[in-house]
Design a protein around this ligand. Structure first.
Ligand code: NDP
Length: 329
């Protein structure tokens, strides 16, 4: 039986404006970095995507290299899209990226015009799309002139292969340079995708202010520190978790005692707020107005339901924020 989206899906999500652009994103978006590759159960993958859309999560984030193997997350998403989501194309924001190693030789990595344009063509083919909604440069390239990389992004928009462009992992100084070039070219850069969570607060040192100043949106990746901020590692590494898998990007040695101690204490605050630890961690990120969306991952329907329900309690008292600061010190 073919999938039919829940009619009440838009009553279940909050949409936030992406900087000063015309685009709104759901407060919670779903990333396909893990759990959607050929190594993963495709029935579960499909159920997660359907549940996400049923909850008003209109934004799905991919990259050329997501898998494993690289490219397989896009191919698998493409199959689901073709069979069940095509009819909802105008309700979806699908993003992809290029910037990390994708194919052999000098043209399959970093930020050359050659790589970015060829890579997006490959991504569109894998996903069976005519265009993506957002195309990102995945990481700064120290060798390619920024004019070339930004020129390629501008070209891609003019070709109609992406509606908007974004950048990931760029510093505040690099953002200034990016925006200067793109202003001359006449294509806005509407969104930045940095890492941000309770354990990695680097963007508080100038990046968030820069995005606010420039009217750019912000979607933060790994908001649960790859699952560490869910409380699932409080009693060791559970079977089937990201840290237990050989291809998981979270390594057992990253789950250190200090983090576990902090998560335990955060659990007490979460309980008082009638939230899970994951929901506390996501709400804490969304307290910043500059942050448009939290880009979560999920390996089950239960997780995406829990994460999407963060919108039921987003406000914090000063006391709660102070307590969290104390714990995170
Ligand atoms: P998270 O920090 O949200 O981690 C997701 C993982 O945490 C899940 O796969 C699951 O792992 C666990 N988890 C999620 N929700 C729960 C829950 N409610 N209870 C218990 N465990 C939970 O994000 P990711 O690190 O997956 O990153 C999200 C997205 O960000 C990526 O898919 C990608 O789109 C983007 N990204 C972008 C990068 C960039 O360079 N621009 C880099 C990295 C990510 P488990 O398997 O253990 O169940």
């Amino acid at each position: 039986m073919s999938y039919k989206a829940d009619k009440s899906r838009y009553d279940k999500m909050i949409f936030r404006r992406c900087g000063s652009s015309g685009l709104k994103l759901p407060a919670v978006s779903l990333g396909l970095w893990h759990n959607f590759g050929n190594v993963d159960d495709q029935e579960i993958a499909k159920k997660i995507i359907f549940k996400a859309f049923d909850l008003g999560i209109t934004h799905f984030d991919l990259a050329n290299n997501y898998g494993p193997p690289p490219g397989s997350a896009e191919s698998n998403f493409g199959k689901i899209f073709k069979a069940d989501l095509k009819k909802y194309r105008d309700e979806l924001i699908i993003s992809t990226k290029a910037g990390y190693t994708m194919w052999d030789g000098p043209y399959g990595d970093w930020g050359s015009r050659k790589y970015l344009i060829a890579s997006l063509d490959q991504s569109l083919k894998r996903m069976g799309l005519d265009y993506v909604d957002i195309f990102y440069h995945h990481r700064p390239d120290p060798e390619t002139p920024l004019e070339e990389t930004m020129g390629a992004l501008d070209h891609i928009v003019r070709q109609g292969k992406a509606l908007y462009i974004g950048i990931s992992k760029y510093s505040p100084v690099q953002i200034d340079a990016v925006l200067k070039i793109l202003k001359e070219l006449g294509t806005p850069c509407i969104i930045h995708q940095p890492s941000y969570n309770m354990f990695n607060r680097q963007i508080e040192n100038g990046l968030l202010d820069k995005l606010k100043e420039k009217g750019m949106g912000c979607i933060t990746f790994s908001p649960l520190a790859q699952g560490m901020l869910s409380g699932k590692y409080l009693k060791g590494i559970p079977k089937g978790s990201r840290a237990s898998k050989p291809h998981g990007f979270l390594k057992p040695e990253q789950i250190i005692e200090d983090k576990i101690r902090k998560v335990k204490l955060l659990g007490q605050i979460a309980e008082q707020r009638d939230q899970s630890i994951s929901q506390l961690a996501l709400a804490w990120i969304l307290r910043h107005e500059t942050i448009t969306s939290v880009l979560v991952g999920a390996s089950s329907v239960k997780q995406i339901k829990e994460n999407a329900a963060v919108i039921n309690n987003l406000s914090f008292s000063k006391e709660e924020l102070d307590k969290i600061e104390e714990i995170l010190k």
